[in-house]
Structure formats: structure tokens, C-alpha cells
Design a protein around this ligand. Structure first.
Ligand SMILES: NC(=O)c1ccc[n+]([C@@H]2O[C@H](COP(=O)([O-])OP(=O)(O)OC[C@H]3O[C@@H](n4cnc5c(N)ncnc54)[C@H](O)[C@@H]3O)[C@@H](O)[C@H]2O)c1
Ligand SMILES: [Zn+2]
Ligand SMILES: [Zn+2]
Length: 394
């Protein structure tokens, strides 16, 4: 089959790789009909190379049609239409029972000291072949796949794999008081969806920060009060002006480790791309530094006693944090990968009615054949051609 494979920094290719097959009685094979490209994939494209091997298949936002199931898979059958959560979890361990599917004790990557395995996301997360491919082997398929109705376009349901539950969790973790305010830093797919969900769940004021004009305009078009961080003298002042001089009740960081405007981290990331993998892995595991500008902005702008919810991915182990301010302002921090299955029952009803309250139709800007994926990665990274959310059609 054809699959999108990683070969080096900013080097992904469409290769022929062996068709996946059932290996465990809990596996399923799906024929992929749509597969999202995510801001998280850009970290693989740019800075996480030391944790990848040439030929690794990327992609963690797939949906498709079930081709075959193992003997222990009961809830789906060949022909069913399914969305696959980006994290792989068993549904019956202590962590899954507590709604912490990202920490699943059956799939935890213990050799690396990490949580649940993810599709297409480095050896840290189990080096599981991903879903930007024609076919996908789905481990733990007795639990993971989300069955969705036939009929509407894939885009109605595709974002259940990652964007919707990630943004939903970001808003839940932000604990915005009734009618309260939230600022969302980063208006990519995750941040913009978080603004829509916050509005839907009754936030009184939603502020959005980014620096890409099309992205600011998109959020502005559905009632978000946007701030272009590259055009104001002081971001904290601009935010406080909108929120009683006090700052918003909650801040969501939907940027993560590759934020613009943090030269130190940039240098560390560039060095990581130049040294041999074995050495860089050690350096990143013991002294890695993130570009912290988005998180630092969050600490600065949130009101005293407020909550910061991080959905942007961080991976540094030696990040210099402003503990004085975090402690003195008495902040609450919540973060992590999205526990996808935990939120599906809340979200799915919003996707099946005629009114599409979260605007999933029209959310993606680009639908491209898998064979054009390498160019799409580049366009998406450079944020050219209005690329906001790219969906591959294998
Ligand atoms: N927690 C999870 O489960 C989960 C799931 C999916 C994605 N993510 C992470 O969420 C983040 C966002 O994902 P995405 O797909 O929306 O990515 P994206 O790269 O499309 O969006 C990031 C946005 O942040 C903006 N930005 C960069 N620096 C900024 C700054 N200093 N201030 C304000 N805005 C800034 C960029 O212009 C861009 O629009 C990524 O870090 C991704 O890895 C986490
Ligand atoms: Zn994703
Ligand atoms: Zn589990």
C-alpha cells in the first residue's frame, strides 16, 4: 500500500510499504478514507526527528471502513464506518476506568517511561505505524474505534479522532466559570475549535491570540475577540484591557513547544537537528528546552487565581518556568494529551443534527490526495495558501 513516511527533518515521502495485517485477536484493519494532518505532525517534521526512524509511517487522525477484525473484536464489523482515536487504549484498565485513556496501563510505553501508545508518533509513543496511509492496523480495536453513521461526508466525523476531543478537553480543563472569560493562545485547528466549544458551552467572553491574518479572521468571523500578537506593543496589556484590567478567568495554550518568539529554544531545536540521533535523544531527554513563549504569555495574562489549560504539546525536560509568578498568582495548571474516548458521548450528538453547532463542515481548508502529502506538509508548516486544516484522501 501507499503510506506517508518520515525520512528526516522536513523530508516526508509517499512510499510503498507492506499492507498491514491482523497480528492480535484484538486488532482490526481499516481502509482509510480520510486522514488529518495535525500541528502535532509538524513537531515530527521539525524537532522530534531524533525519536523517529526513516520509514516510520505518520498520521494519527484517520477514519475509514472496517475491512477485517480479529477474533476478540465485537463492537465493529467489516463494512462499518469508524473514526480512530489518536491514542491507543484498552478500555478496561485502572486508567481507562478513570477516563485517563492517555495513561492506559495496557498500552503504556514503559521502555520509554511514557503514557499510552499513539498512532504515528515516535518511539516515545510506541512507534506504531500511523494513519496517513491506505490501510491501518488498529490495535485494541475491541475498544478504540468509534462507530459513526453512514451518509454525511467524512468531515462531519473525522475530527473526533483528535481536534474535537482535544479542544473539548482543553475547555473542560480550563474550568471557565459560568459566563466567564477565556483567552485562547494559538488559533490553529485546536485553538479555533476550543473557541467554538467555549462559546457553545456558554463562556461569556472568548479572546483569541495568533499572528496569522487568515486565522485571526476565521476566529473573528464567529465572534471571537481577536488580538494579533505581532501587532500590539504589549500582549498582556491588550488582553487585560479587554478583561476588566484583571485578565481572563482561564487561558488555553493551543500553541505548544514551537511557539514563535523564543530564540533560546529555537537554537536548542536547531542543534537537535544537527547532532547524531543517539546523542540528541539523551540531550533532549535530560536537558531539552521548549520554546516557552506561549506558556509564559498564559502565565502572564491569566487573572490571579485563574486556570491555565495546556493542550499544545511540550516535550522539554529542563524548561525554565516562572515559578515565582505561577506560585504568587495562585494558578491552577491542567494539561495533557486528550483522553479521546472520554469525551465522545458528549461530542457525538453535536455532529449528527442538521445545525452543526461546532462548524465541522467547512472546517478543513484542503482535501488532497495522499500522493500530494509531502507538498501539503510544507504548505501547512509555512501556513501558506490559507492552509488551516489539511485532510488526506488516500
Ligand atoms: N493535547 C493533545 O492531545 C493535542 C492534540 C492535537 C494537537 N495538540 C497540540 O496542539 C497545538 C496546536 O495544534 P494545531 O493543530 O492547532 O497546530 P497549528 O500549528 O496549526 O497551530 C498553532 C498556532 O499557534 C500560533 N502561534 C505560534 N506562536 C504563537 C505565539 N507566540 N502567540 C500566539 N500564537 C502563536 C500559530 O500561528 C498557529 O496558528 C500543537 O502543539 C499540537 O501538537 C495537542
Ligand atoms: Zn492530531
Ligand atoms: Zn487501558
Amino acid at each position: 500500500m501507499k503510506a506517508l513516511t518520515w525520512h528526516g527533518r522536513r523530508d516526508v515521502r509517499v512510499d510503498d510499504v507492506p499492507d498491514p495485517r491482523i497480528e492480535q485477536p484484538t486488532d482490526a484493519i481499516i481502509r482509510v478514507t480520510s486522514s488529518g494532518l495535525c500541528g502535532s505532525d509538524l513537531h515530527l517534521y521539525e524537532v522530534l526527528g531524533p525519536f523517529l526512524d526513516a520509514g516510520d509511517v505518520l498520521g494519527h487522525e484517520p477514519m475509514g471502513i472496517v475491512e477485517e477484525v480479529g477474533a476478540e473484536v465485537g463492537h465493529i464489523r467489516p463494512g462499518d464506518r469508524v473514526v480512530i482515536p489518536f491514542n491507543i487504549s484498552c478500555g478496561h484498565c485502572f486508567m481507562c476506568d478513570h477516563g485517563l485513556q492517555t495513561q492506559c496501563e495496557t498500552t503504556q510505553v514503559r521502555e520509554e517511561g511514557m503514557g499510552a501508545a499513539l498512532f504515528g508518533y515516535t518511539r516515545l509513543y510506541g512507534q506504531v505505524p500511523g494513519g496517513q496511509a491506505e490501510y491501518l492496523r488498529v490495535p485494541q480495536a475491541q475498544y478504540g474505534p468509534i462507530k459513526v453513521p453512514q451518509g454525511p461526508d467524512d468531515d462531519r466525523f473525522l475530527f473526533l479522532s483528535d481536534v474535537l476531543p482535544t479542544a473539548w478537553q482543553a475547555v473542560q480543563y480550563a474550568e471557565i466559570p459560568d459566563g466567564g472569560s477565556v483567552a485562547v493562545i494559538g488559533l490553529g485547528p485546536i485553538g479555533e475549535m476550543a473557541t467554538r466549544i467555549a462559546q457553545h458551552l456558554g463562556a461569556g467572553q472568548v479572546i483569541g491570540l495568533d499572528l496569522v491574518p487568515e486565522r485571526l479572521a476565521r476566529s473573528g468571523a464567529h465572534g471571537v475577540h481577536t488580538i494579533d500578537v505581532s501587532a500590539v506593543d504589549s500582549v498582556p496589556e491588550a488582553v487585560r484591557e479587554l478583561s476588566n484590567g484583571r485578565g481572563p478567568d482561564a487561558v488555553i495554550d493551543a500553541v505548544g513547544m514551537e511557539a514563535h518568539g523564543a530564540p533560546g529554544g529555537k537554537l536548542a531545536h536547531t542543534l537537535a537537528g544537527l547532532m547524531p540521533d543517539a546523542i540528541t535523544r539523551k540531550v533532549m531527554e535530560t536537558a531539552g528546552v521548549d520554546r516557552l513563549s506561549a506558556f509564559s504569555t498564559a502565565v502572564e495574562i491569566v487573572r490571579r487565581g485563574g486556570t491555565i489549560s495546556l493542550s499544545g504539546v511540550y516535550g522539554g525536560t529542563a524548561d525554565p518556568l516562572n515559578m515565582l509568578q505561577i506560585f504568587d498568582k495562585q494558578l491552577t495548571l491542567r494539561m495533557g494529551q486528550a483522553n479521546v474516548k472520554r469525551w465522545i458521548d458528549d461530542i457525538l450528538p453535536l455532529l449528527t443534527g442538521p445545525d452543526d453547532p461546532l462548524g465541522v463542515e467547512g472546517f478543513a481548508t484542503h482535501h488532497v490526495p495522499l500522493t500530494e502529502a509531502p507538498a501539503a506538509y510544507e504548505t501547512f508548516q509555512k501556513k501558506e495558501d490559507g492552509a488551516f486544516k489539511v485532510v488526506f484522501k488516500p
